[in-house]
Write a protein that binds this ligand. Structure first.
Ligand SMILES: [Zn+2]
Length: 407
């Protein structure tokens, strides 16, 4: 595979999308995932999809009988963006023909949305939709902390992490129990995972109690692995222009001037952090707790909690294309998140070039097209995820057939 540049021009999207959907979108795997072994009749057919078409025409409540129908419709309409919603009591496409009260969302993956713009007050390298290698570390930390917590604290096993295509990540918790959670259950989990509180006007966003919950202690250990490089060196959180934000988070406001002088004695953020740490150790100050609160405020994942709470909230589908960047929303292996680089995620135009190249070597034509491009690794992450997930319903099928035998 020869290296291709990631140059992508959003104007070309309508011309190249048909090619992507015809040749690269992994429909087979995608529908295997969303069928979940069909735990109830119509599990797939009652799922809401929504499409964003050209000129931001947004159509909700699409649903499809099977893979064939979904594939045909996506190839025909070539949506700029695909979102996935809930599994309803009835086919979403029929929702207008039934009473509103009988059309209810019943199940959906528990989802999390982490967006870099929510960290604008604690990153100095970029703002808004921009990201760089430095602030991407926040997403790495977020995936590590949430993945661990969802597995260890809640016992979930089937987590699909996906790059949002631009400035964030999504997590789809696909365990049977997670899909059946009520709105209250979803809220409770999302609240448990939200440590950084308060909007723009709240200066101090993390306040720890006398006893720190083991889940938070574990998160702090993860943050510590990155803090020196990320916060002190890359973000330079204690340089002259950023320092006030930290000083404002410290107790004993009347000592602020004194602390600022002490901290300024260091030449860089690392020495300044060390000086601050020393200075905080004094009677009446819980130095350790104060430093942990700062670390959490600067590095702990910030969730868009509304996305997780609502059963009928839509989320961008894996393998959708981000229309602005042209990048594929690829699955991320949480065990290899340190090496995931959002800037090398293939763009749709790059994939087109790669296929052209691959076609010059027709000997491997039997291999699926997506495996002949740089989408290969991410499709394999998806395959591994589905392989594990399949075991859950294969187990159920065996149990069912055993029961039938007994009857
Ligand atoms: Zn940045």
């Amino acid at each position: 595979m020869s290296p291709h540049t990631n140059t992508y021009d959003p104007e070309t999207l309508p011309d190249i999308l048909p090619f992507y959907y015809k040749r690269l979108f992994p429909f087979g795997l995608y529908c295997q995932w969303l069928r979940y072994g069909n735990p109830q009749n119509n599990y797939f057919a009652n799922r809401e999809f929504s499409f964003t078409l050209k000129d931001d025409v947004y159509i909700r409540y699409q649903s499809f009988a099977d893979q064939k129908e979904l594939e045909k419709e996506i190839i025909n309409r070539c949506p700029y963006k695909i979102d996935i919603g809930a599994i309803y009591s009835l086919k979403p496409k029929d929702h207008k023909t039934v009473k509103a009260s009988s059309f209810i969302p019943q199940e959906k993956e528990l989802v999390f949305d982490i967006d870099m713009t929510d960290f604008d007050d604690v990153r100095s390298c970029c703002s808004g939709a921009d990201i760089c290698k430095k602030c991407w570390t926040l997403m790495v930390i977020a995936i590590k902390i949430l993945d661990k917590s969802l597995r260890d604290d809640f016992g979930f096993e089937h987590l699909l992490w996906v790059y949002s295509g631009r400035r964030g990540v999504h997590c789809w918790v696909c365990d049977d129990l997670a899909r059946k959670l009520t709105a209250t259950g979803r809220s409770a989990i999302a609240e448990y995972l939200s440590i950084v509180k308060g909007g723009e006007n709240q200066i101090k966003k993390v306040i720890l109690g006398d006893i720190v919950h083991p889940s938070i202690e574990r998160a702090i250990e993860i943050i510590k692995e990155y803090f020196d490089q990320y916060a002190l060196r890359d973000q330079d959180i204690l340089n002259d222009s950023n320092m006030d934000k930290i000083i404002n988070l410290l107790p004993e406001k009347k000592r602020s001037e004194h602390l600022r002088k002490i901290v300024c004695g260091g030449v860089d953020s690392e020495t300044r952090w060390a000086l601050l740490t020393q200075e905080l150790v004094r009677p009446g100050v819980h130095a350790d707790r104060v430093l942990k609160e700062i670390m959490l405020q600067y590095c702990y994942p910030r969730l868009d909690i509304e996305v997780s709470k609502g059963l009928n909230h839509l989320l961008k589908s894996p393998f959708s294309i981000h229309p602005k960047t042209g990048r594929v929303c690829v699955p991320i292996d949480p065990l290899k998140v340190d090496t995931f680089n959002p800037f090398t995620v293939p763009t749709i135009s790059q994939l087109l070039d790669e296929i052209d190249d691959a076609n010059k070597h027709p000997d491997d034509l039997k291999i699926k097209d997506y495996k002949r491009t740089s989408m290969k690794q991410s499709v394999e992450v998806f395959e591994n995820f589905i392989r594990k997930l399949k075991k859950t319903w294969e187990g159920n099928l065996i149990k069912e057939s055993d029961m039938n035998m007994e009857l």
